[in-house]
Write a protein that binds this ligand. Structure first.
Ligand code: CMP
Length: 131
């Protein structure tokens, strides 16, 4: 069993897509084992996005993640990390396939509805930051 960290970002919450996102994971046989609705603070986001701190989009990303409530959850199941990333689709909505969350609902690179851990190490690190 694997655990992965998922965030429904402010655009996903504002657009009423929390249920849509969760139901896609559940239909695939994954379980939501922890879940909370919060307003993220800068310190936590800086820890979460530490690998991007030198990137040109960093400031825009952190500001946007503070621009409304987010839903943070732990999703569990066999191969949860890879399955959740497949369900989410590619980061750039222009490359995300129809049938994925980003392919169906996202329009821009920053406002791409969901975040999910990209490896076992990231999942462990990100879960410890948010829970
Ligand atoms: P996420 O999975 O949360 O991880 C980093 C986020 O940075 C990514 O989703 C996007 O929302 C955002 N982002 C904005 N611009 C870029 C970019 N050029 N490359 C990668 N991620 C970007």
């Amino acid at each position: 069993m694997e655990k992965t960290l998922v965030i429904v970002k402010p655009d996903g919450v504002k657009r009423g897509l929390i249920g849509e996102v969760i139901s896609r994971y559940e239909r695939k046989g994954l379980k939501i084992v922890e879940c909370k609705m919060i307003e993220a603070d800068r310190d936590t986001l800086e820890k979460h996005y530490i690998e991007h701190r030198e990137k040109p989009f960093y400031e825009e990303l952190v500001s946007y993640m503070m621009n409304g409530s987010i839903m943070v959850m732990i999703v569990e199941g066999n191969n949860a990390i890879k399955l959740v990333r497949n369900i989410n689709g590619k980061t750039n909505p222009l490359d995300a396939e129809p049938g994925t969350i980003r392919g169906d609902f996202a329009n821009t690179m920053t406002e791409n509805i969901v975040h999910a851990s990209d490896s076992e190490e990231s999942a462990e690190r990100e879960i410890s930051i948010w829970f």
